[in-house]
Design a protein around this ligand. Structure first.
Ligand SMILES: CCCCC/C=C\C/C=C\C/C=C\C/C=C\CCCC(=O)SCCNC(=O)CCNC(=O)[C@H](O)C(C)(C)COP(=O)(O)OP(=O)(O)OC[C@H]1O[C@@H](n2cnc3c(N)ncnc32)[C@H](O)[C@@H]1OP(=O)(O)O
Length: 150
């Protein structure tokens, strides 16, 4: 696999909008590694000129999951841990490096680091497990919802 663009999530595909988290410049570098260039939109400011921690967690969840789907593994996030090491500035060039660290049966272990572009200092580090979907995952979800009358 050469450097190729990773597709947006379903919501952004359906609404034909740019990535709402700002993660459009997203390329796969190999079958197990990828790079995202992005900036935290001002709308996700949590403190003065600082990103809301929820944006950081959401963008990791989004890009790690998107990359795994890009490699052909339909999966959902089972765990996600974020270490917040330094404040993340809004509207500044950032970069995420991510990789598929290990695959064990249906479990996929992914990691990501968020830095300012051109810096080697980690601002945040994410680790998580994505579980490959069994056939019928969303149909079982719909059936559970129907049982609840929703
Ligand atoms: C939002 C859905 C995204 C779906 C993506 C797929 C296709 C879409 C196509 C295009 C879209 C483009 C890109 C997608 C972009 C972004 C993705 C965002 C990612 C998300 O935003 S996603 C939403 C949040 N997420 C959930 O909505 C999960 C809710 N949850 C469950 O639906 C079940 O909980 C599930 C399925 C996780 C497991 O259920 P299950 O019955 O299938 O499997 P089971 O329990 O047998 O576990 C099998 C093996 O996983 C291990 N395992 C299970 N849970 C674990 C845990 N917590 N920690 C560590 N290991 C765990 C077991 O230990 C066993 O391991 P082993 O096989 O080695 O024994």
């Amino acid at each position: 696999m050469t450097a190729d663009l990773v597709s947006p999530c379903r919501g952004c595909q359906m609404s034909r909008t740019p990535c709402r988290f700002g993660a459009d410049d997203f390329v796969a570098l190999s079958e197990t590694a990828a790079r995202v260039r992005l900036a935290c939109p001002a709308a996700f400011e949590g403190g003065p000129r600082v990103a809301h921690g929820g944006w950081t967690a959401a963008v990791f969840d989004d890009v790690l999951g998107r990359f795994l789907v890009h490699t052909g593994v339909k999966s959902v996030t089972a765990t996600l841990t974020v270490d917040y090491l330094l404040p993340v500035p809004v509207e500044q060039p950032l970069e995420i490096h991510l990789e598929i660290a290990a695959r064990e049966g249906r479990r996929n272990h992914l990691t990501g680091v968020l830095r300012l572009q051109g810096s080697d200092r980690d601002l945040a580090v994410a680790r998580g497990v994505w579980v490959e979907l069994r056939p019928g995952h969303f149909e079982r979800h719909q059936a559970r919802m129907a049982e609840l009358g929703t």
